[in-house]
Design a protein around this ligand. Structure first.
Ligand code: GLA
Length: 401
């Protein structure tokens, strides 16, 4: 009943696979043809950084909230933990070990708890000699550079489903080499582990990270987001122009969501969520779900907007207008309809007119326009005239009648 679009597609995959084999296609081709949608889930970084509240009790509580708040049913799947989960030192055999204060039961037990809730578990490391957190006693938390095989085997043995792999302390080793080494080590474990490249767009990862031999599921395109309108706007502008590099299963990642963290208005958070969705970005919740306010939760649970992000056509929206502080982005959807986001970045309300032809529709035809925030339908010729408050985004799904 309450299954998300993502679930239905994933459930459909074995059938597609069998049909493809019966039809004479090579299995490799058949699996590649399965749609892989932008990852949805949670990561603790934006809400806790390395504060002591980041521990196993918190993460178990978040997994419980995925279910009780309806987030799992809406398609959110990954519960990911970020920097500061590890102990300062590897063990005597060179293995990573969790910080015993934060994760006294161990990572395997935590992953098991998350799996028992029907969710997936993600972990963090850095493609460097240590991770990004400031050094303590001249040592950072251990990174994966030079330890790729051993660390990947450890992650697989713990039941890790997702690795975010950062860029700090990289000793100036070539990025492709560092990310290839971990990608190959992860594949060699035989466990499917989603690979999230996080080198902040420094080496134009959109040109190589999605392709073999790295074949990452996503790559960060920018520096870190912070919980302000200015930061969100800057990152949006850097990511929106990279649409041609996103393909199904390989996404531009403009960093995690700040929705609910308190530094933006609800209007701005709705813009943040709309823009990330029309850009087919990963939707990784970055707020503490144990204390989230109803208005923020409502944004994260907007299924009309989530369906745009998760559309199986797998196309990142294309910006068709960027003029006078007004942005218009169009994303073609699998059922032949178009999603359109209209964003007013300016500090004053603006009237916006978009002609049907500007968004690629036929002149003189009839369309249904669904307002994805009001959840109302109207009919028209596909053109849109709207008053947009400062920093607001309107979003529509337009289908031919
Ligand atoms: C980098 C990453 C962030 C976060 C921190 C953790 O800055 O870009 O997303 O993982 O490291 O230290």
């Amino acid at each position: 009943m309450n299954r998300s679009l993502g679930d239905l597609l994933r459930a459909a995959t074995p059938l597609a696979f069998i049909l493809a084999i019966v039809g004479g296609m090579a299995p490799a081709l058949a699996t590649q043809a399965a749609p892989a949608l932008p990852q949805m889930g949670f990561n603790n970084w934006n809400s806790t950084h390395c504060r002591p509240e980041f521990n196993e009790a918190m993460i178990r509580g978040i997994a419980d909230k995925f279910i009780s708040l309806g987030l799992r049913d809406a398609g959110y799947r990954y519960v990911n933990i970020d920097d500061c989960w590890a102990n300062w030192q590897r063990d005597k055999d060179g293995r990573l070990v969790p910080n015993p204060k934060r994760f006294p039961s161990g990572i395997k037990a935590l992953a098991g708890y998350i799996h028992s809730r029907g969710l997936k578990f993600g972990l963090y490391s850095s493609a460097g000699t240590s991770t990004c957190e400031p050094l303590k006693e001249n040592r950072g938390f251990p990174g994966g550079l030079g330890h790729e095989k051993q660390d990947a085997a450890t992650f697989a043995s713990w039941g890790v489903d997702y690795l975010k792999y950062d860029n700090c302390n990289n000793q100036h080793v070539d990025a492709r080499q560092r990310y290839t080494a971990m990608a190959e080590a992860l594949r060699a474990t035989g466990r499917p582990i989603f690979f999230s490249v996080c080198e902040w767009g420094e080496n134009k990862p959109w040109l190589w990270a999605g392709k073999p031999p790295v074949s990452a599921g996503s790559w960060r395109t920018t520096g870190d987001i912070s919980d302000s309108y200015a930061s969100m706007l800057k990152i949006f502008k850097q990511n929106v122009v990279l649409d041609r590099y996103a393909t199904p299963g390989h996404w531009n990642d403009p960093d995690m969501l700040e929705v609910g963290n308190g530094g933006m208005t609800d209007v701005e958070y709705r813009s943040h969520f709309s823009l990330w969705s029309i850009m087919a970005a990963p939707l990784l919740i970055g707020t503490d779900l144990r204390t989230i306010k109803p208005d923020a939760l409502k944004i994260l649970l907007n299924r009309d907007v989530i369906a745009v992000d998760q559309d199986p056509k797998g196309v990142q929206g294309h910006q068709v207008r960027d003029a006078d502080g007004i942005h218009v982005i169009v994303k073609p959807l699998a059922d032949g309809s178009e999603a359109v986001a209209m964003f007013n970045e300016t500090d004053a309300a603006r009237s916006v007119n978009v002609d049907a032809t500007e968004i690629g529709l036929r002149h003189g035809a009839h369309y249904r326009l669904r307002d994805l925030w009001a959840h109302t339908d109207a009919t028209g010729d596909g053109s849109i005239k709207i008053e947009l408050p400062a920093h607001a985004t309107a979003m529509y799904r337009i289908s031919r009648l």
